[in-house]
Ligand binder design. Sequence first.
Ligand SMILES: Nc1ncnc2c1ncn2[C@@H]1O[C@H](COP(=O)(O)OP(=O)(O)OP(=O)(O)O)[C@@H](O)[C@H]1O
Ligand SMILES: [Mg+2]
Length: 488
Amino acid sequence: MMTLSEILYKVPITSVKGNPDVEISGLHTDSRNITPGSLFIAVAGTNTDGHHFINSAIANKAAAVVCEKLPDTFDDKVVYVSVKDSAEALGIMAGNFYQHPSGGLKLIGVTGTNGKTTIATILYKLFTRIGYPCGLISTVENKIIDKTFPSTHTTPDVLQLNALLKEMKTEGCTHVFMEVSSHAIHQGRISGLKFEGGIFSNITHDHLDYHKSFDEYIRVKKSFFDNLPSTAFALSNADEKRGAVMLQNTKANKKFYALKTLADYKGRVLENNLSGLVMNIDDIEVHFRLIGEFNAYNLLAVYGAAMLLGEDRHLVLTTLSQIHGAEGRFDQMISENEGVIGIVDYAHTPDALENVLNTIIKLRKGIENIITVVGCGGDRDKTKRPVMAEVAAKLSDKLILTSDNPRSEDPALIIKDMEAGLNTAGKRKTISISDRKEAIKTAVSLSKNGDIILIAGKGHEKYQEIKGVKHEFDDKKVLKEIFELMNK
Ligand SMILES: Nc1ncnc2c1ncn2[C@@H]1O[C@H](COP(=O)(O)OP(=O)(O)OP(=O)(O)O)[C@@H](O)[C@H]1O
Ligand SMILES: [Mg+2]
C-alpha cells in the first residue's frame, strides 16, 4: 500500500480537497474496476471522458479521485485532487505506484508503420537464446521469460504497462522489447517509462483515420524519439525518407542502419529466395531463415540494437541465423501433391502488401501464378481500401477480394470501396467473394502446380470480427484443410 501523497510525487497539482495521506490500494481509470480504497483517475479518452464516471467510481467506494475538472458536489469521505493534465499525471502516478519498473530493466521500444512485431519478436528470441531472461510486449503476444500471455492492444495502457513491467522485473527479466504504436504515444500510454533505446522501422500511409494527417502521424512517432533520455540510443533506418527526421531532435545516441546508403550498421542482400536471405553485414556473410527484403531491414535493425546493447557481433549473427520470424509474418506452407505454395501474411496496409507481393515476385522461379486473397478491415481507415486493391491487382495474376474483420460495417460495402481502386485490367483478374473461407477455397481451386497463393491481412489473428461478434478463423488452418480437401 502507498499513500496518495506518495503516489502524487512529482505530479503537477492545481488543488487538493481532503487529506492526501490516505492509503491507496490500487489505481484505475475505469470506474467499473474500482475496488474499495482505490484511486480513480478521470482521463479524457478518444471515445469517452472519464470525468462522467467520477460518481460511479465513488459509488464503488473509491477513496480518492484525480481529475482535471472538479465535480460540482463533493463526498466528505473522498479526497479530490485536480491536475492540469490527467493523462500525464496518470503516467507519473503509475510509475510511482509500481516503483518505476522500467528503471531496473533495459526497455527497448520499436516504432514505425510496419515491422514492429517482427523486430521486437526477433529481439526477444535473440536475447533469450543468448541467455538473458527477457520480456516481450507485442500485438501478437506478451511474454515473461517463457510464459505467454495473449495481448489485446498494440500497447497496453500505462497502468497495465507498469504492472506488466513490474511483474517482468520481479520475475528477473533483464531486457524487455516492446512495440510502441503511434496511438500509444499519442494517448500517453508510454509516458513516464524510461527507455534504454528506441528503434524506427519505416513510416507509411496507415492509421490516418486516427491521426488526421500524415504530418501529425510523423510528429507523433517523432515525439517518442524526442523524449528519449541522453543515456538511450535511437536507431533509425537511413534508407527511409523520414529516417533522419525522426532523430532530428533527440538527445539520445543517434545511429542508423541501411541496405542502400552508408550507415553505422550496413548490410547488403546477396541472395533472397523462398528459403531465406543471405546477407553481408559488416563484412560477415550470414544466412537467415527470414524471407524478403523487408526482413533484411528488420534483421539489420535487430543487429544494430544488439550491438548498441553491447553484445558480441559473431554470437549475435550466428544466433540470428537460426531464428524464425513472428507467426503469420510471411508464414509459408507447401501443398503435398502439386507443390502449391501458400503464404499467410499480416500485411494490412498498401505498403506492406506491396512489399510482400514484390518479395514474392522476386522470389518466384518462373511463370508460376500469384493468386492473392485480401480484404480490408471495417471501422478503420477507408482511404486505404482502393489502394490495397490497386496494389494487389497490379502485382498479382489473379485477385480475390474478400472480408477481413468487417467489425460493425457491411462486408459488401467494404469490398465495394476496394473495387473502386481497380482499373479495367485489374477488374478482369478480380473476383469478389465476401466469405473468407470460400475465397480461400476459390484461390486453391484456381491454383496449379507451383503457383503461389498469398492470403494477406490477418496473419496470426485467429478470429474474424463480423457485426461485433468474433468467429474463429485461422487463415493457415483453413488453407491447410482446403489443400488436403482438394488433394492439392
Ligand atoms: N520492415 C518492414 N517494411 C515493410 N513491411 C514490413 C516490414 N516488416 C514487416 N513488414 C510487413 O508488414 C507486415 C506486418 O509486420 P509486423 O507485424 O511486424 O508489423 P507491425 O508494425 O507490428 O504492425 P501493427 O501496427 O499491425 O502491429 C508483415 O507481415 C510484412 O508483410
Ligand atoms: Mg504489431
